[in-house]
Design a protein around this ligand. Structure first.
Ligand code: ADP
Ligand code: ZN
Length: 218
């Protein structure tokens, strides 16, 4: 199963990708997580990326393209994966087509998380992330068992600097201006499936499992 998760920030891509990983052994490839790792480790790639991320703008294409193609080459040819947060521009999408074609791993489906603006803003502004393992929580929708502490690893939860109100607006604009055109790009290839991003996480996962069955993917 080779999937692209497409949709605005706050659509629930990362949450569904974690469920796919846990229940269906699908690798979760998140460019946001990979970039945050680079920032944390102090690598030069991270230093270049940080100022874009903190201000809510997209990191330059060549940086993310290189990072993702290396990651995909590392995977076994039959391994299932879900790309979360990549591609985000037409140039990234075209480059991904090339990488996947060359290595004989065509995409099966592009899941487009159709999500309304108030839901996105509510999710992003209440999001908390584990500093240690990167798992996402939400102060109302998905609270941890212990306040401020990760259920999975007991790491400290924090609010991402780019989840502030002003930066959320910049990210949503970047999505509209640079990423939304990929809906048409994948529709034209017959790969796009619209899914109800406003659904609560578990209900949406049930919806996905039905969809995979209808598509002959499970
Ligand atoms: P969200 O989907 O909630 O906006 P991500 O964790 O996917 O957050 O991404 C955080 C930031 O990392 C983005 O705002 C952007 O700066 C950078 N980033 C992640 N993926 C890409 C990408 N494919 N292209 C360019 N920048 C990216
Ligand atoms: Zn954790």
């Amino acid at each position: 199963m080779k999937l692209i998760l497409l949709g605005p920030p706050g659509a629930g891509k990362g949450t569904e990708a974690e469920l796919l990983k846990k229940e269906l052994s699908v690798r979760h490839i998140s460019t946001g997580d990979m970039l945050r790792e680079q920032v944390k480790s102090g690598a030069s790639l991270g230093q270049q990326a940080k100022r874009y991320m903190d201000s809510g703008r997209l990191v330059p294409d060549d940086i993310v393209i290189r990072m993702v193609s290396e990651r995909i080459q590392e995977l076994g040819i039959k391994e299932s994966f879900a790309l979360d947060g990549f591609p985000r521009t037409r140039i990234q999408a075209e480059s991904l087509d090339g990488t996947l074609e060359k290595s004989g791993r065509p995409i099966d489906l592009v899941l487009y998380f159709e999500t309304s603006a108030p839901v996105v803003i509510q999710r992003l502004s209440g999001r908390r992330v584990c500093r240690q393992c990167g798992l996402n929580y939400h102060v109302q929708n998905m609270p941890p068992k212990k306040d401020g502490i990760c259920d999975q690893c007991e790491g400290e939860l924090y609010q991402r600097p780019d989840d502030s109100e002003e930066t959320i607006r910049t990210r949503l604009k970047a999505y509209q201006d640079q990423t939304a055109e990929l809906i048409g790009y994948y529709q034209a290839k017959g790969l796009l499936r619209k899914i109800p991003g406003d659904y609560e996480a578990i209900k949406l996962f049930e919806y996905l499992k039905d969809l995979f069955q209808r598509e002959g993917l499970s």
